[in-house]
Design a protein around this ligand. Sequence first.
Ligand code: ATP
Ligand code: MG
Length: 649
Amino acid sequence: MSQALENLLQEDRIFHPSDEFVAQANARPGIHEEAAADTQAFWKQQALDRITWFKEPTEILDDSNPPFFKWFKDGELNLAYNCLDRHLEKHGDQIAYHWIGEPGDTRALTYQDLADEVNRFANGLKSLGLKKGDRVAIYMGMVPELPIAMLACARLGLVHSVVFGGFSSEALASRVLDLDARIVITQDGAWRGGNVVPLKENTDTAVAQTPGIEHVVVLRRTDHGVAMTDSRDVWWHDLVEGQPEECEPETLNAEDPLYILYTSGTTGKPKGIVHTQGGYLAAVTTTHSYVFDIKPDSDIYWCAADIGWVTGHSYIVYGPLANRTTGVMYEGAPNYPNFDRLWQIIEDYEITIFYTAPTAIRAFMKWGDEHVAKHDLSSLRLIGTVGEPINPEAWIWYNKHIGGGSAPIVDTWWQTETGAIMITPLPGVIATKPGSATLPFPGIVADVVDEAGQSVPFGGGGFLIITEPWPSMARTIYGDDERYVDTYWTKFPGRYFPGDGCKRDDEGYYWLLGRVDDIMLVAGHNISTTEVESALVSHPAVAEAAVVGRKDDITGQAIAAFVTLRSAVTGDEDLLSELRDHVAKVIGPIGKPKSIVFTNDLPKTRSGKIMRRLLRDISDNRQLGDVTTLANADIVSEIAEMAASSSED
Ligand code: ATP
Ligand code: MG
């Protein structure tokens, strides 16, 4: 960005929490100010209050070798112990997970059940000769054995790396090689949309290219008959057979690695982010409790992400279990067998807290309101979103149709790299505005700066940065310290640069504006993709929109829009010009797209994020960049054809 971002979208709607919510909220007014007075003291207090340490830390932050920061570095603990053992005496019978299989089978696992299974599996892993520090790749669907495998690793000090079950064998192989993993844990198959995803076959293909893999552990789930390779492959049930339900938790240092997780690959080649034990657990438990207002004795909490993403690591597994939450896990597709599957689950389990992504919300809008209306969702008292900026109209829809108009919405900004939620409303404390993630979490210090690193006054936009270290920050990119420094710490030396654009309104609320790489420069104006897309989505015919800047002889770049319509609408020339005019009216003529293409879908990562860089490649007739994380390859060629024949303003 050579100059400040234009401030295009005006959003004046404001939502205050009800008195009833305020009265019972975990977060109290003044908590931001208290934490700001001494951020390190704040985090130390959280770490001592929320974690059972084998040896309490005396040191808080070690900043002697920036940007390689350490937190609580003389502390000792075990995360499986914190997630399981410490709850057992009083709460062993409490449900940890209600699990719902896609075909309709269900399981309820108590904390005691989970602890027993984790220990037996951990003993099984030991019998394979694994030892502290070894890397374990986990390539599974959403079955209870996935968190069990993660916790078994955590118990032994093995470093897990979960590879989303929707990835191909190539994506698995490249991650296994990067990790130098010793084993892969997988399933025969996973259920998805009524089909079997052939995880074991994919693993076989991957492992043929990864000589370091000694064993493949296979959970039987779909039972469709898979080939097992003697001496390399072992069934999960055979591995745990006869294993004792006791397994001593390894005493680990706060800075020992916990896991490596690859970023979504929205902007390029995925990065293997390393997270450690103590600081990570401190931040995920603190944020989980305050942001989701968790009441362990009464809430039924559903984070509907996949555990293959950081959201699942922090807010399905480690945060919720350490906070003794009763959670829900669903195995399959949200529209299988019907478009109301999720709402049926919320009604059946009387879920109180629900957390999903804007991409899912836009799909719900596209599918139509009637699927939601069939169900009683009145048990919900808090709903959240993560993953992309949420368009204000999608926020309003979520509020009205899912939140019943009263449940506070938490729009949480964070990244694989940050480990935990960073910018978010605190329900009961902060009034919300549709499309704004509001304010940094207590103990997180952020700023919005210009190209020169100078703070931009309220009312203006620029680069989001985090100015002080925080406990769950990434420690490095696995095996590539240099890329870690270059990617996050070089643009604004000494300060963390996440790569996102942001503006602050007059009250200091943060409005995330999408990736800096995606920002468009039209006739000398910096325009955020998010604002133009939100203007498009505010038209009643539009479900989803992506815009990119494509080369233009006159204006440098011109705005090219790709639009998905709501289910009942068909796109024609009239609607095209109506949408152009609509954008001009909402945010001004500068944001008016030069071309609009109607499409059934947009290119997305497997976590559902719009990959604008591919739309840019299409628009400028370039060869496509890294497509290994692309979920829907067909749509890219379809869009390319349509873009070539589309009309211009
Ligand atoms: P890669 O880093 O490989 O390009 P990625 O950035 O999509 O992939 P993630 O770590 O899964 O990988 O996503 C983090 C990014 O998602 C953030 O940097 C931000 O752009 C976006 N994001 C997440 N939550 C929000 C939110 N509430 N509002 C706006 N943007 C969000
Ligand atoms: Mg990223």
